[in-house]
Design a protein around this ligand. Structure first.
Ligand SMILES: *Cc1c(COP(=O)(O)O)cnc(C)c1O
Length: 419
């Protein structure tokens, strides 16, 4: 057998995160000494008004102090944590769906993971053999880190800004072939800020049903919706198509650093539990890669999910709503920008009409020049595979948003095409 002849080490994986790549590709050194304002990071904890509730922190601290969670736990997660997630998801779905659907998660339906990110990884890895394909939304979150790592093909269905970022159903269906394994839906959406109606969710599930595809629904922003909006968990509208829900603490409880996420399986007809394929067992097996999130954080879940005072959620929504109102008013008045009203999540998308400007090629160029000249940094749409828009984080401190709007206006006025 031939031997290695040198240090020619090769990697079989090339994981690209288009969002992080952009942070590298954009020169973030302003040519002004104005203080830098980032509108880019989807981390609410930078805002002093968006801090976790003290009861939530205490739940983790007391689990840690108890000394009961220092050892290894089951790799699919602690059963008290899985039961708490099941209870939470059941409550969230109650009364939100269509008649005839009874969402009733049990402990066995829940697998714990290190954040929604790992939850996505274990589900996608379980459902998609190498060489198969999976459908992601465009614009969308950086789901391709999973498919890159697992040698799965990523395909993108379009969301339509003029229709509140609903799915272009025809184009979605045209992507499906015999090797398609699942459809991923993000609702409410990062980066779009949309929140789908029951009618639209039913249309998506109808396509999944026609092609025998499970739906993976990323509901990390579940219940972060504004005003008269209602968040409808996708599981609550599916009578037969298997729906696999991804959730986690990061966004709604404002603790992305805690790395708690989960998978919950809604499969009324047991289609994911057949002779050679039992999704619950496969998820449990894959969980051996990381052996579940830290025990004491999991142990706090019954308190966090089911006992956080309702005022906390209202407070978070009020902070976001105020910021959204400010952005809608200030950015809406700037010629050349087109703000799409967000219905939920922590973001809003702003369209950039490059023809309105004299020397701006596209949204990428807009963001680069904005950073150089005004030290304001939103995420260019290209990072979500969607040119012509930029994403603004609405969880940003209000005083920073106010100042950013002033600078954005000055920037646009300076570059606007003269008529
Ligand atoms: C933030 C985010 C995640 C990742 O959440 P973690 O729990 O921090 O891993 C997953 N999906 C979407 C759409 C997100 O915005």
């Amino acid at each position: 057998m031939s031997q290695r002849t040198g240090w020619n080490i090769a990697s079989a994986v090339n994981v690209r995160n288009p969002i992080l790549d952009a942070l590298v590709d954009i020169d973030t050194t302003p040519k002004t000494d104005k203080p830098f304002i980032s509108l880019a990071l989807g981390d609410p904890t930078k805002n002093p008004l968006l801090q976790p509730h003290p009861d939530v922190v205490e739940a983790v601290a007391s689990a840690l102090r108890s000394g009961q969670f220092n050892g290894y736990g089951p790799h699919e997660g602690l059963s008290i944590a899985r039961a708490a997630v099941a209870e939470y998801q059941n409550r969230q779905a109650a009364g939100r769906g269509v008649p005839g659907v009874n969402v009733k998660y049990e402990t066995k339906d829940v697998t714990m993971a290190n954040g929604a990110s790992e939850a996505l990884d274990i589900v996608i890895s379980a459902l998609c053999p190498p060489g198969s394909n999976i459908l992601f939304p465009r614009p969308g979150f950086a789901y391709s880190v999973v498919t890159d790592a697992r040698h799965i093909e990523d395909r993108y269905y379009n969301l339509v800004p003029e229709r509140e970022w609903e799915v272009d159903l025809e184009q979605l269906e045209s992507l499906i072939d015999g090797k398609t394994q699942a459809i991923v839906v993000t609702n409410p959406s990062n980066p779009c800020g949309s929140n789908y109606t029951v009618k639209h969710l039913l249309e998506i599930v109808e396509i999944a049903k026609r092609h025998f595809l499970p739906v993976i629904t990323d509901e990390i922003y579940g219940d972060i919706v504004f005003d008269d909006q209602i968040f409808h968990p996708l599981a609550s509208i599916s009578t037969d198509v298997p729906v696999i829900t991804i959730g986690g603490l990061a966004k709604r409880w404002l603790v992305p650093g805690w790395r708690i996420g989960w998978v919950a399986i809604h499969d009324p007809n047991d289609l994911l539990n057949v002779k050679k394929f039992d999704l619950r067992t496969i998820l449990k097996d894959i969980s051996q890669l990381s052996l579940a999130p830290s025990g004491f954080t999991q142990a706090a879940l019954p308190t966090i999910l089911n006992k956080t005072p309702p005022e906390f959620y209202t407070h978070v929504l009020n902070v976001l709503k105020e910021n959204v109102a400010l952005l809608m008013e200030k950015l809406g008045a700037i010629e050349g920008l087109k703000v799409v009203t967000p219905r939920g999540s922590l973001y809003l998308m702003v369209g950039i009409e490059s023809t309105a400007f004299e020397d701006i090629k596209d949204e990428w160029d807009f963001v680069q020049k904005l950073v150089w000249e005004e030290a304001v940094f939103p995420v260019p749409g290209r990072c979500f595979r969607y040119d012509g828009y930029m994403r603004i984080v609405t969880a940003t401190r209000k005083d920073h948003l106010e100042e950013a709007c002033i600078r954005l206006k000055a920037f646009c006025d300076r570059h606007r095409r003269k008529v």
